[in-house]
Design a protein around this ligand. Structure first.
Ligand SMILES: [Zn+2]
Length: 261
């Protein structure tokens, strides 16, 4: 059995399981209540999605709903085996997933397109704030959607208030620098960090879209603010994430944005 097929999920808080893709350390989060699961950004390869489906089966879980944090292709993936259930996103994300459908589809792997030709379908737009009926069973749990335009328009963080866990989407990563591109908008990114700050300070764990889970969420926020403050002040921040050549390229683009601001 390949590692992907025997895919491990780690329980980082009661009923919050995280698996990490071999590709870009992309996280998938499974929030469990009783025999139901809410899937946030399930990713990435066909083998890994098969592995996630098998893991759900082994744990007798059925998928109640899915949620995509933003309209980038690696956050819009799905396996038909998860079922025909609601797939939520912020209203803006749902609009953009439709508007960008062709371009996003082109970015999918060939084998993903072949295997799951119809899985890349429209999302259901929901409002920011409390997520109604998160496990599609008529029972409440305090799950709050924080919508901002930091990394993508309509980007959504998921605050699992009852479990003390923040699913940050593509923000607050230990591997990725702040990525305020398409549209290039540093101010929206700074505003997004401010919007996330109140829940970051209450969270006991944080799951980034790419990277490692942390039990020190505030340190992530501080690192991103420190980095951006330094760039905006014209300094050359010594950030360990720049050791990745792709991130050093991103850094150069951020410096340009800061100059134009
Ligand atoms: Zn993204």
């Amino acid at each position: 059995m390949s590692p992907a097929a025997s895919r491990a999920a780690y329980e980082i808080a009661p009923g919050v399981h995280v698996t990490t893709s071999a590709r870009y350390a992309t996280t998938s989060t499974v929030v469990v209540r009783d025999d139901r699961a809410l899937l946030v950004d399930p990713a990435w390869t066909v083998a890994e999605l098969d592995g996630l489906l098998a893991w759900l089966g082994r744990h007798d879980l059925r998928v109640a709903a899915g949620l995509s944090t933003h309209a980038h292709h690696d956050h819009l993936l799905w396996h038909p085996g998860f079922g025909e259930v609601p797939r939520w996103a912020s209203r803006r994300t749902a609009e953009l997933a439709d508007e960008w459908h062709e371009e996003l589809s082109r970015q999918l792997d060939e084998d993903y397109r072949r295997r799951f030709p119809d899985s890349f379908r429209s999302l259901t737009g929901v409002d920011a704030g409390p997520l109604a009926d998160p496990f599609a069973d008529g029972l409440d749990e305090s799950i709050e959607l924080i919508v901002h335009d930091g990394h993508a328009p309509g980007h959504t963080a998921v605050w699992l208030a009852d479990r003390g866990v923040l699913l940050a989407g593509d923000m607050l990563s230990d591997l990725e620098l702040p990525l305020p591109f398409h549209p290039d908008d540093l101010d929206a990114y700074l505003a997004a960090l401010d919007a996330l700050a109140p829940v970051v300070s209450r969270a006991s764990a944080l799951v980034p879209g790419h990277g490692n889970v942390t039990d020190e969420p505030l340190a992530r926020l501080d690192a991103d603010r420190r980095y951006l403050d330094a760039v905006l002040a014209g300094a050359d921040p010594d950030d360990p994430r720049r050791a990745d050549p792709e991130m050093d390229d991103a850094h150069r683009r951020i410096v340009e944005l800061a100059r134009e601001r």
